[in-house]
Write a protein that binds this ligand. Structure first.
Ligand SMILES: [Mg+2]
Length: 354
């Protein structure tokens, strides 16, 4: 396949498998591994929301949640502007907020309501929750990584090595500012920026068509540690003690995560809960342990914790890395509002010239 075809296929898979992971995890959100096992067995297919689901009551089989809703919102902001301008990102968020906020995180919904009350007389990217440390940024930021990856690919083809290096470094600074703006709209914290930038780095690694089988893990772990450190340095003195970069280092040092069982990984990340400091390192470890198989997605969801978000994030990485060939047909066919995901993904590829 030509580069453009490969890239388009990977981007389609990133959106689709993200939505599939979100929908698979939706019914068991916040349950533990044991609480999933007893009534549900091992989940490999969609289930409707359980009647006592706190956030997604009435959701049907295959229905995705805020993770996909806001990923598509960010993609649409890009489709309109060919950049991730904060105002368009905000306006697309508002459209989704008016459609449904079932399952949304507290920092996101409260901050958007606050901005909406004073917009346009405000600085959108200073209005986020000063203690926001959930998954609200990393769960929706994958489209930024896809655009950055395509820019790097084009630069590699057209520029000399030194110019190329300079281009990548400049774009990295621009994207760090961009992620910081998006993060601080809802999560005005170091953790918000660091998690967003780390996820962009993770997605970028998955799109790299030159990586061979042996090198992805080291490249990936170095990339996310570096990105988290840059994100953390962007905003200091926010009063938070936990550092995402430190958690990554502990887990990735000497390939510790490769030697752990899923239960050991869960205890190292406090159950992979909705605190991004827990769920993002868990998600990356799961992806890196087996980056080539849909089984990784099932294992992530059956481990419990923030299952819809962890599923969405692992799904996006698996899709970006492997393309559509790893998506089982029954999961694609059963996906709620599949047309919407495909249409947005396709328009997004078109706007990138793919
Ligand atoms: Mg969700």
């Amino acid at each position: 396949m030509e580069h453009k075809e490969i890239m388009r296929d990977k981007i389609m898979a990133m959106f689709l498998l993200g939505a599939i992971g979100d929908a698979l995890g939706m019914p068991v959100e916040v349950l533990t591994k044991k609480e999933i096992q007893e009534p549900f067995g091992y989940i490999r297919d969609y289930l409707p929301a359980r009647p006592d689901h706190k956030w997604c009551k009435g959701f049907v089989k295959g229905q995705w949640t805020d993770d996909t809703q806001l990923t598509l919102a960010i993609a649409r902001a890009y489709i309109i502007e060919k950049s991730f301008t904060i105002e368009h990102v905000f306006l697309e968020h508002v459209k989704e907020m008016e459609r449904s906020t079932a399952g949304w995180g507290g920092s996101t919904i409260e901050s958007l309501k606050r901005i909406k009350g004073v917009y346009p007389n405000c600085n959108i990217s200073e209005m986020g929750n000063p203690t926001g440390a959930g998954n609200g940024i990393s769960m929706k930021i994958a489209p930024v990584g896809a655009v950055f990856a395509e820019e790097i690919e084009n630069a590699a083809k057209s520029l000399e090595y030194c110019e190329y290096k300079e281009f990548v470094s400049k774009r990295e600074d621009i994207y760090l500012d961009c992620i910081a703006e998006i993060a601080q709209m809802t999560h005005c914290t170091r953790m918000g920026i660091a998690s967003g930038f780390a996820q962009v780095g993770a997605v970028l690694t998955c799109f790299d068509t030159y990586l061979d089988l042996g090198s992805v893990n080291n490249y990936f772990t170095a990339m996310v540690i570096n990105a988290a450190e840059k994100g953390e340095a962007y905003l200091i003195n926010d009063g938070m003690i936990d550092k995402l970069s430190e958690r990554f280092k502990n887990l990735f040092q000497d390939d510790a995560y490769m030697k752990m069982t899923v239960d050991e990984l869960l205890s190292a990340t406090d159950g992979a809960t909705c605190y991004v400091y827990n769920s993002l390192p868990f998600t990356y470890a799961m992806f890196l342990r087996n980056s080539y198989s849909i089984e990784t997605l099932f294992e992530t969801i059956n481990a419990g914790g923030d299952t819809d978000t962890n599923g969405a994030m692992v799904g996006s990485l698996l899709g970006a890395y492997n393309g559509t060939k790893i998506i089982p047909k029954y999961l694609l066919d059963g996906l709620w509002n599949r047309e919407e995901v495909e249409k947005t993904a396709s328009d997004f590829c078109d706007s990138l010239g793919l």
